[in-house]
Ligand binder design. Sequence first.
Ligand code: ZN
Length: 366
Amino acid sequence: MRSLHENPETVGAKMSVLCSFCVHHVTVSGEAVNSNSVCGFPKYTAELYIAFFWKTGYNKEQGNRYRAEKQAISEVQRRSEEMKKKVFAMLTALVLAVCMLPSTVYADRNYTGLALEEGEWIYFNEGVPDASYTGFVDYMDASYLVCNGRACTELNGLQQNPADQKFYFLAEGRLQKHTGWAEYDNHWFILKDGQPDTGQTGLVEYNGGLFAAAAGQVLTDYSGLFLNAGDGIVNPDNRWYFLSNGQVQKQYSGLALYDGHWFYVQNGMLADSLTGIVPHDGAEFYVINGEVAGDYTGAVNYAGKNYLVIKGQVDYDNGTGQKVWIDLTAAKYHLRRDCSGMDNAFQVSVEKARELGRTACKKCFK
Ligand SMILES: [Zn+2]
């Protein structure tokens, strides 16, 4: 800016330094002047000016000549306009270069931190840009995430810091003390002061739903039975919950497979104290302490009703024939329960007994 306040001679001198081939034809105002130097046309210009005034208003031939001369004058003027523009562009570039100089060189060689350079926030280590730095840097009462020496001002929302792999909530690269839920790559996090709240482990309520979380991260990858217990669990109830993408399926009642075994879930929670007959998908099953008794075949009395259970599943004995007694192991079916000392005998139709491979007892059926 300093050079703009100098007198014209000084500016002219600067211009001649910048452009020695054209500056002699141009004053500070940029108009063409007469001189005998270099390019030739200034002298010609003077002659044309004379011709212009001399010929004005004469005959047609002179008129044509006048037009040709006028055209030549216009050409000269155009060229001097171009020169004028060139010189001013160079002068402007010089002024800008002088003005920008202080922003690219740091007076303080010991400066470590963020500084604006060419529109980007760069991390300087003792006055030198440090592209190897990744992590947070404090600047003006805020903390910025710097990635490879540059403040990541394009980052918003929950982001992962490459330096420690932890998650932070950002607004234009600046750490935000956000508390609440935030999403990252289809995973939900429970934040406190901009970071996952590691105290949030176990079951967490959100928007009327119940979710399983570990160290502030919702277990969105988790579906199936989940034991709410273990180290660091907040308010553990040591119960099993049925999850879908981390959310407790409170509306679900039915069987769920876990580790090769079937369990009965009631309203999203394992019915681990239930022993009896439970419904699932149009059928009924016999469960002992919430687990389907897949090895059990026999009679079950539950809630005042008798059931024939074959390998854990209720068998609807629709046989119309005579009822007979069988047990789990004996090869015969009997008319009398106390015949042949059967263990855990149960009653089925004779068709069912035959279907199960039993044959008639010769004592009962003579
Ligand atoms: Zn018998």
